[in-house]
Design a protein around this ligand. Sequence first.
Ligand code: ZN
Length: 406
Amino acid sequence: MQQEKQLQNMIRFVYGNVPYYHKLFKELKISPDDIRTLEDLRKLPILTKDTIKANWEDFKPANLASMKYYKKTTGGSTGTPFEFRFSKPDRFLSVSILYRGWSYGGYKLADKMVFLAGSALNVGTESSIIKKTHEITRNLKKLSSFDMGIQDMENYTKIINSFNPRFLRGYASSIDFFAKHIDKKNEQINFDAVFTTSEKLYPHMRKNIENVFSCDVFDGYGLYDGGVSAFECQEHNGLHIDTERSIMEIVDENGCQLEEDTGSIIATSLHNFAMPFIRYDTGDMGHIIEDQCGCGRESRLLKEVLGRSVDILVTPEGKQVHGWFFLYIFWEYCKGIKEYQVVQISLEKIVIKIVPDDDFDEKQLDIIRSVIYNKSHGWIIEFNFVDSIEKTTAGKHKFIISKLND
Ligand SMILES: [Zn+2]
């Protein structure tokens, strides 16, 4: 089995090159030969973000200087910002897997697609020229889900009508919201398929999107940091779990693999040699099933990914802002921030709870404040420093919350 061969390769690599794992194997009195199959993985403990942060230097492979890699920050879908390295070959692989995932919905390379998702904060690294080149060479257009006022959406409608794309991709809640707008305005926009990503796609959202845009919806799941991904096929029986880049395990609270149940999504990277994660806790929960899909693909099915629910916030100016706007802010300015939670208390007031780390610098708050001010002049931002943020029953906290409809 190809996946197990890659696993053995990775295990030998981390034992020989990554101090953290070398020590861990010694402590557990096991050798690389003890980890040969997917079942063998249970001999190793679950790896948490806290462990990685606490052993940061020990996660650097001895030959890191000779590798090509990117530095990435993930806001995580759990509100725990986190920096990691992403090797170049692994990134290429991730892109080809993404394209294959879209192909389940009929996408072919260079087909026109519109994105309705997070956009640069205009303070980040990607200049607008680079962004435009990206858009032209890849035949896609990016619309911001952080700006969804009526005027913005009318603009988006015009752009879509003149660009005439086959596909729409983006955050489930943003596409659902946009679909409602199109419906209300009695506009007509059709796609060949809609791809939703990054957050929970509720059945009512799927139905609404399908009705308004007269096409099927294909849900997808993917994580930068864990390297795991899964995509829905035309049978819509669940999301097919990809096996080339990583191993995805669904485990119970004792770290035991589940064959058919809900548990934590655990990722083992098979190609990210710049920062290998073995049994990494993604912070997400998934429901795995034993059914075989009628499409003929043999990969395992993830029926559902849980706990990816994000609220949409509203500015006093009446603009809808997808909650991930704040996740993007903490992607950029995560230094010294252990955890955070954003709560919209009223139309005017946003409370941001922060669990600071030792190296937290208060100057970051001014920058964060100014990025938010660019989005809405009306919001009053209050920062609260706390020791911890209470978890919900799923063992994780919802990190962007709107109390407007309570
Ligand atoms: Zn299938």
